[in-house]
Design a protein. Structure first.
Length: 117
């Protein structure tokens, strides 16, 4: 059974930084793409960034390019999202997802990020 567990959210001031972690378990993820999404209050879930577990190629939403960095630690089965220069509009529940060839099939429970102005 695939399990994704996020951590690292919290309250931070504008311009601050946070690092989110997503620990994956339940299968071998070498062929998977891991992603971070976010859901702001009252809005739809939106894509933030993703990384190919094998090879490490990345893709970012335009809104976070240059501020957020996605990375992974194969030995720890963990994907990270380093978030710098945070803005109030980054406030959301951040979710980790996993997909293999198609849409995202697995999701974590999410972690709250709140950026105060």
């Amino acid at each position: 059974q695939v399990q994704l567990v996020e951590s690292g959210g919290g309250l931070v001031q504008t311009g601050g930084s946070l690092r989110l972690s997503c620990v994956a378990s339940g299968r071998t993820f070498s062929t998977y793409i891991m992603g971070w999404f976010r859901q702001p209050p009252g809005k739809e879930r939106e894509f933030v960034a993703e990384i190919r577990w094998s090879g490490g190629s990345t893709h970012y939403a335009d809104s976070v390019k240059g501020r957020f960095t996605i990375s992974r630690d194969n030995a720890k089965n963990t994907v990270y999202l380093q978030m710098n220069s945070l803005k109030p509009e980054d406030t959301a529940v951040y979710l980790c997802g996993a997909r293999s060839g198609g849409g995202y099939a697995y999701w974590g429970q999410g972690t709250q990020v709140t950026v105060s102005s």
